[in-house]
Design a protein. Structure first.
Ligand code: HXC
Length: 275
């Protein structure tokens, strides 16, 4: 836990987190719960979401585990309604559900491309669109999880780059449309984060080029899950009350540099798997 952590900071606040059963989103959920928030963990797999929620309840927090595929608008809306019926107005929405695989454009079908855009971009729209009715107005925050991919072209990731670029522009448009309602709209754009499903898929153990890629990160390492959770906590704190429509990179400076080594790492991991 970092030095910005204040126990009780999110007391009486409710957070709704898609993709909340694992990785960055789960870590954010745990941090919000530790800060006193009531947390709805939403995932495709009902059992996984409920497991994580049960863990929070066992530690003395308040949590719901809910099942919804963000591609399914009615399912997302039902999960939001359930959260609202249980705890009242929602203060924080994290749109974090994402899908990914590594393949060059010529190695994926139209459906493969569409699947990632559907989960990442359309899923973020669905979550925002359905959430607006249930948000506290004024005083709530909508945060999408983007990636350095939005601004840094990466070989083997055209579908993710396109989807994440769309997410960032979507959030900036929503900020203009919803600013008057008192709903802040933001995006977090991580680079590589240690210990996530994303990095396990993109850089499986033994892929030679992880080290080479990290050598191109000005900070020389991956982010930790704690660093991501700290940023997500800061962004919903009073200290961030005038930050709106912003995309916040948390990438050790990676997106200031070329993306060649990153793409090489991904393609190397595909070769390693095929060998
Ligand atoms: C080419 C592929 C493929 C691959 C799937 N497809 N994997 N094409 N190479 N390796 C194609 C399939 O062939 C199919 O097209 C289409 O994608 C849909 O596949 P399904 O398996 O039917 O879809 P679904 O079950 O919905 O799974 C979605 C998924 C999967 C994205 C393919 O990987 C997934 O659910 N992932 C969720 C978890 C995840 O990836 N989390 C990490 C996010 S990390 P056809 O034409 O055959 O029907 C992240 C961070 C990025 O986003 C930044 C990191 C630094």
């Amino acid at each position: 836990m970092s030095d910005i952590f204040v126990p009780g900071l999110l007391k009486d606040r409710t957070a709704f987190i898609t993709g909340g059963s694992s990785g960055i989103n789960l870590h954010i959920a745990l941090r919000y719960a530790a800060a006193g928030a009531k947390v709805a963990i939403v995932g495709r797999d009902a059992a996984k979401a409920e497991d994580q929620a049960a863990g929070i309840r066992a530690a003395g927090g308040q949590a719901l585990g809910l099942s919804a595929d963000v591609r399914d608008y009615a399912a997302v809306e039902a999960a939001l309604r359930h959260t609202h019926d249980t705890w009242g107005e929602i203060d924080i929405v994290i749109a974090g559900a994402a899908g990914n695989f590594v393949a060059p454009a010529l190695g994926m079908s139209s459906n493969g491309f569409r699947t990632v855009v559907d989960i990442d971009l359309n899923g973020t729209f669905n979550t925002a669109r359905a959430a607006h009715a249930f948000l506290r107005k004024p005083g709530s925050s909508f945060i999408a999880i983007s990636a350095g991919h939005a601004t840094m072209p990466v070989a083997g990731q055209s579908q993710v780059c396109a989807a994440k670029a769309g997410i960032e522009m979507l959030v900036r448009c929503l900020c203009i449309e919803w600013g008057g309602d008192g709903v802040r709209c933001l995006a977090i754009a991580p680079g590589p984060v240690d210990g996530t499903e994303g990095m396990r898929r993109l850089a499986p153990e033994g892929a030679r080029s992880l080290e080479r890629m990290l050598a191109t990160v000005p900070s020389g390492r991956q982010a930790s899950l704690d660093e991501l959770a700290d940023l997500a906590l800061f962004l919903v704190s009073g200290a961030a009350s005038y930050i709106n429509g912003a995309v916040i990179p948390i990438d050790g400076g990676l997106t200031n540099l070329g993306s060649h080594a990153f793409g090489e790492m991904l393609l190397d991991s595909v070769r390693a798997r095929a060998a």
